[in-house]
Ligand binder design. Structure first.
Ligand code: NDP
Length: 449
């Protein structure tokens, strides 16, 4: 049987674009459909604009620190319109790069929504049908908003980049990556920021000591972090939003942002007719090779809700190409993934938290928390944390947790050692780079627990 394409990819985000162009570079005839902007969540409304906003927001502290170091600095405040104009131009540039990457690798792209018509056919929004030997679904995810009265008054991370003006006062709801990162961003940009989290402590699932420190520093930086607190209703009043919380208090905000999790984009894709199974959150169920129950249909990235991170989607895309087009069955490795949370201060983490490691085996914990030189000199009381969780039996470092400026950069490198199975003694054999914050990772002599 002959098909229009060897591969049809639905979704032009990080995972889909990578899979499409690597398959095409290997000689496959490939098409890709994207209904929105190329680059997906990460490039257009996630990691990239978020990180640029983190950079923008950090200048407020730097100006103060600079003065403490003797610089004669004055600031007339932050110009949101200036930043937003530059940000939009940058996103346009990046989207162009993504489009060109596809074009230059010979991938045919369709600016249209697509769904499955059968195991080898994709139907575009205008009804055009294209056949393919293999179909890859890489449609990502979207923010979910809780069902509370007035929820439609709130924004999500999709809209935060498009605000006409910066609010004077914002409420951010949630305690995950997105909520905690945006609380820091907004606070740094001079917005009066309140964060509600329904549980005991933000960043659930991460190492307790690390998340306690992040939360404490966020509060010191001026964020009004309210734990065990949630929104029960919202109403519009005089152009503002009046929020009723679980304690029955009413507070007025200019904006409310829900960062209460994300859902896989798997609706209306034609999966049901093909009997492609979906899990509890609506994610597409795949095997270790990203294959669905229909052998010609694969899925990667957030739509499969495995580890929802851009570099993981890219890995899954590469493993898919290796498996299907290079005759080398490869399952993506989801073990020991280093990750950073761009809170202020940043958190970088790889491996097991102290709590998860202790539940598994006997451990030793090495930790150092101190005031870093740069900020301490400037008169800031900010603390950092360097922490290693070590197996007593094998001496392997099971987890590394860093809370510090630049923790994302540090954990990428520590992640190599941990992934290689480095022991505490391997860390100790490494000479310290002095004076740095991360030298503590190789100089901690005695366990604290
Ligand atoms: P998360 O799943 O990380 O967090 C959702 C938060 O919302 C949790 O604190 C959760 O509380 C809370 N929540 C859920 N439902 C409700 C509700 N009905 N009312 C109040 N609170 C609620 O999702 P995010 O949206 O923050 O991020 C989505 C994914 O995106 C992450 O899993 C991550 O993989 C990825 N991401 C990664 C980043 C990075 O690598 N730096 C940055 C941003 C996103 P509870 O803890 O009680 O469940």
């Amino acid at each position: 049987m002959s098909f229009d394409y060897d591969l049809f990819v639905i979704g032009g985000g990080s995972g889909g674009v990578r899979a499409a162009r690597v398959a095409a570079a290997g000689g496959a005839k490939v098409a890709l459909a994207e209904e929105d902007r190329y680059g997906g969540t990460c490039v257009i409304r996630g990691c990239v604009p978020k990180k640029l906003m983190v950079f923008a927001s950090e200048y407020s502290g730097m100006i103060e620190d600079g003065r403490a170091y003797g610089w004669d600095l004055s600031s007339n405040g932050f110009d949101w319109t200036h930043f937003k104009t530059k940000l939009n131009a940058e996103l346009d540039r990046l989207e162009g790069i993504y489009r060109n990457l596809l074009k230059n690798s010979g991938v045919e792209s369709f600016d249209a929504r697509a769904k499955l018509a059968d195991a080898h056919t994709v139907e575009l929004a205008d009804g055009t049908k294209k056949t393919a030997k293999h179909i890859l679904i890489a449609t990502g995810g979207r923010p979910v908003v809780p069902d509370v009265p007035g929820a439609e008054l709130a924004i999500t991370s999709n809209e935060i980049f498009h605000l006409e003006t910066l609010p004077e006062r914002i409420l951010i709801v949630g305690g995950g990556y997105i909520a905690s990162e945006f609380a820091g961003i907004m606070n740094g940009l001079g917005v009066k920021t309140t964060q509600f989290y329904r549980g005991e402590q933000i960043l659930r699932g991460f190492d307790n000591e690390a998340r306690e420190l992040v939360a404490a520093e966020m509060v010191t930086a001026g964020i009004d972090l309210q734990l065990n607190e949630n929104v029960t209703a919202m109403r519009s009043e005089g152009g503002k939003i009046v929020v009723t919380d679980t304690k029955g208090n009413e507070t007025t905000f200019d904006q409310v942002m829900f960062a209460t999790g994300r859902s896989p984009n798997a609706d209306n894709l034609g999966l049901e007719a093909l009997e492609i199974a979906r899990g509890r959150k609506g994610e597409i169920t795949v095997d270790a090779y990203s294959q669905t129950a229909v052998p010609s249909v694969y899925a990667i990235g957030d739509v499969t809700d495995r580890v929802n991170l851009t570099p993981v989607a890219i890995r899954e895309g590469m493993a898919f190409v290796e498996t299907v087009f290079n005759g080398n069955p490869t399952s993506p490795d989801h073990d020991l993934i280093p990750t950073a949370i761009f809170t202020q201060p940043e958190m970088g983490t790889v491996g097991l938290s102290e709590e998860d490691a202790r539940a598994q085996e006997d451990i030793e914990v090495y930790a150092a928390s101190f005031k870093p030189m740069q900020q301490s000199f400037a008169g800031r009381a900010q603390k950092v944390l360097m922490k290693l969780v070590v197996s007593k039996a094998t001496r392997k470092v099971l987890g590394c947790h860093i809370v510090a400026p630049g923790a994302g950069e540090m954990i990428q490198l520590a992640g190599i050692a941990v992934k290689m199975g480095a022991t505490k003694e391997d860390f100790d054999r490494t000479v310290a780079v002095h004076p740095t914050m991360s030298e503590e990772l190789v100089t901690m002599k005695s366990p604290v627990r």
